[in-house]
Structures are given as C-alpha cells and as structure tokens.
Design a protein around this ligand. Structure first.
Ligand SMILES: [Zn+2]
Length: 122
C-alpha cells in the first residue's frame, strides 16, 4: 500500500468498523421489522385488501433495503480482509493504487475510478 500512510489506514479501518456496526444494527432492525410484519399478517391484524397490499409493499421495500445492506456489509468485510492481507487500496482489476481521497469517500472501494467506471458500464 504505497500510497496510504499508517495513520490514514487506521482512520479508514476505524470508519469501516463504525460503518459495520451501523449496518449490522440496521440489518438487525430490518430482520425484526420483517418478522413482525409477516407475523402481523399471519395474526390477521391486516383487515382489508388495501392494508394487505400496503403491508406487502412495505415488506418488499424492507427486503430490498435488507439485501442492499447485506451486500454493503459483504463489501465491507471484504475491505477489512484486504486490509489485513495488505491488499487494501490496490485496484482489483488493474493493480494500480486507489487514490486516498476515493478511499476516504468510499472506504469499501476495491477499484480505481477508471476501472469502476468500466465495471459499471458492463
Ligand atoms: Zn483499476
């Protein structure tokens, strides 16, 4: 990691760890919400069709958020593993160092800006 100082790395690790805690909390809350909305439907607390479709819609939104957060958590764990392996801050596609400003904005970034742009086009 030639472009990252020890200090920058430890700051990045700290923000990853904080972010991980937040994500885990959100996933936890979403799982609880998901559980209670399904049990509400099971218990027959949803009275009419309109309420039923509203609760289905909310469940769908919740599930979408949940999978988004689980995806982010996976990226985050990967970033932490790469940090431990000394690969953090190196683009997984072209092996170039990722700019520190980019890592500070997106600590989970695994690609440099140009590879990311190519990746998103695919
Ligand atoms: Zn690259």
């Amino acid at each position: 990691m030639p472009n990252i100082t020890e200090k920058e790395l430890s700051d990045l690790r700290a923000s990853l760890l904080t972010y991980r805690k937040q994500l885990q909390q959100e996933i936890h809350d979403e799982l609880i919400k998901e559980g209670s909305s399904s049990s509400m439907a099971l218990a027959g607390k949803v009275h009419d069709k309109q309420e039923e479709s509203l609760s289905e819609m909310l469940t769908e939104i919740n599930l979408a958020m949940l999978s988004q957060h689980q995806h982010e958590l996976k990226n985050l764990e990967r970033a932490l593993r790469r940090m431990d392996g000394g690969e953090y801050g190196t683009c997984i596609d072209c092996d170039a160092p990722i700019a520190i400003a980019r890592l500070q904005a997106y600590p989970t970034a695994v690609r440099c800006i140009s590879c990311q742009a190519t990746h998103e086009k695919e």
